[in-house]
Design a protein around this ligand. Structure first.
Ligand code: CA
Length: 225
């Protein structure tokens, strides 16, 4: 599995590379935000580990920039001095978040968890394709098409959307959505759900796809168009 490590602190980078290589991962290491953007353009990584305090660009801006083109899972590595709110990390498109210093075992576990969610077990497309109005959801490739055009969703946005699509028209409670889509690392605030719903609506190009049910949660509207 090829990972990109974006980290300017040589000692942190060395220990991450050491730990992950001995766990069987292969790593490309860059120490600047701009280098990360270029590396992602020219290679396909399975996961990105992104430090926030970089010498040239802010890690948050790097994350936002990467999210314009790729849906590769991103785990933020943050020093205590630059500790950020988890909701904020999700809002700029990260999938998980680790505060330094962290243990290698925990990092490996998080990498495996994030990639497992990004690549669910293979099934045939007839089992996994679902049409709702003009939308087609493919759970195998984690892609959503609207009128034949692919909508680029982050892994979390896809999971949220796929969860709401389990039973179109049914109302899902915020807390149930949190439990189902975010694991315990993120448990705690339902603002995360609202932020992702807002992002999904924007990408789908229509508010009406996801209806807010006041005081309860959300449902996927069944479209007749
Ligand atoms: Ca740094």
């Amino acid at each position: 599995m090829d990972l990109l490590l974006v980290e300017d602190d040589p000692s942190v980078a060395a220990s991450v590379i050491d730990g992950l290589e001995s766990a069987g991962f292969s790593l490309t290491h860059v120490s600047k935000g701009q280098e990360a953007i270029i590396a992602v353009k020219n290679n396909s990584f399975e996961l990105i580990l992104l430090d926030l305090g970089l010498p040239d660009l802010d890690g948050q801006d790097v994350c936002r920039e990467l999210r314009k083109t790729i849906s590769t899972p991103i785990i933020i590595l943050s020093a205590r001095s630059e500790e950020i709110d988890r909701v904020l990390a999700l809002e700029f498109g990260a999938d998980d978040y680790m505060v330094k210093p962290f243990g290698m075992r925990e990092l490996v576990a998080r990498i495996r968890a994030v990639t497992r969610r990004a690549h669910p077990p293979e099934t045939t497309s007839s089992e996994t394709n679902q049409s709702i109005g003009d939308l087609v959801i493919d759970r195998r490739t984690q892609k959503v098409h609207l009128l034949g055009e692919e909508i680029h969703l982050t892994p979390k946005e896809f999971e949220l959307f796929a969860y709401l699509a389990t039973d179109p028209g049914a109302v899902y409670r915020r807390n149930d959505i949190m439990n189902e889509v975010w694991d315990t690392n993120w448990y705690g605030t339902t603002k995360t759900v609202d932020a992702h719903v807002a992002a999904l609506r924007k990408k789908l190009g229509h508010q009406d796809w996801i209806e807010s049910v006041r005081g309860v949660g959300f449902r996927l509207a069944i479209s007749d168009t």
